[in-house]
Write a protein that binds this ligand. Sequence first.
Ligand SMILES: Nc1ncnc2c1ncn2[C@@H]1O[C@H](COP(=O)(O)OP(=O)(O)O)[C@@H](O)[C@H]1O
Ligand SMILES: [Mg+2]
Length: 290
Amino acid sequence: MTTTTATSPVLEATGVTMRFGGLTAVRGVDLTVNSGEIVGLIGPNGAGKTTFFNCLTGLYVPTEGRVAYKGTVLPPKPHLVTSAGIARTFQNIRLFANMTVLENVLVGRHTRTKEGLWSALLRGPGFRKAEAASRERAMELLEFIGLAHKADHLSRNLPYGEQRKLEIARAMASDPGLLLLDEPTAGMNPQETRATEELVFAIRDRGIAVLVIEHDMRFIFNLSDRVACLVQGQKLVEGTSDIVQNDERVIAAYLGTPFEGAPGSEEAAEVEAAEAAEAQGTTSTEGPAQ
Ligand SMILES: Nc1ncnc2c1ncn2[C@@H]1O[C@H](COP(=O)(O)OP(=O)(O)O)[C@@H](O)[C@H]1O
Ligand SMILES: [Mg+2]
C-alpha cells in the first residue's frame, strides 16, 4: 500500500467464536480487511477457515463476536450479507450445472435488480425490462474473466478451472465491496493458478477488497498484502507475507511440530504430565526405579 488514498476498514470481525456442540471450530478471531487490500487466510486442514467464512457471510450465526461491513454490524442472513456488499465463492463449486455460463452470472446479479431471482429465472414481464442492462453487465464480467466466448455453454461442460472462474464472476455480479474466495485455485494446474493470481489483482484494482483462503503458499504470499494464520480455530500470527512466511510457529503448524504456546499445548502438556506421573506410579508399585 504505497498510495496516499486513505484506507478504511471494509470488514471488521471481532472476537468471532463458533462452537458445534463440544467442538470450538473458531475461537475469538479478530480480523480486519481494509479497502484496497488483499488479505490471505491460511492454516492447516480443519483449522476453521471455512467455518470463519461461514460466520462472516451469515451462513452460521457465530456463538460469540460480531461482524461489521463498512462500519455496520451485519445481520446473520446470507442474502442480507450479500446485498450489504459481501460476496463469496465456495470451496466446493456451486454452479447451476444445467444453466448456461451467462445465466449463472445473471443469477448472481439478482440481489442488485428489483425483479429478484424468480422473475429472472421465469422471465416474467418485469424481468424483460431489466434484462438488457443485466445481460450487458454480466457479459462485461464474462469478458473480464475471459469467458465471454462461452456465454452460451452449459456450465457443466466447462473445464474445472473455468468453472472456478465463473464462480468468481457470479460472485462479482452482486457488485460487492468485499469478495471472499475459499480455495480458488484448488484443483488448478500451475498456469491456471497463475492466471487466477492476475485475476485477483485485477479484482482488487476494481476497488473490491479480497479475503482469500488458499493452501498454495506461493499464491498466497505473492498475492496478499497481509496474511493471517489460523491454527485450531485461533489466529496464531498475522502480518505481511514476509513476516508470516518466516514465522517458526507457522512453519511448525504446517509441519505438525509442536511449539511453545501452541493452541492446545497446555492440554497436551497436562496429558503428558499425567502420563508421566502414571508411569512413575506404575514403576514404584512394580519395584524400585533404577
Ligand atoms: N457444520 C458443522 N458441524 C460440526 N462441525 C463442523 C461443522 N463445520 C465445520 N466443522 C468442524 O470445524 C472444524 C473446522 O472445519 P473447517 O472450517 O472446514 O476447516 P478448514 O476450512 O480450515 O479446513 C473441523 O473440525 C470441522 O469438522
Ligand atoms: Mg475449508
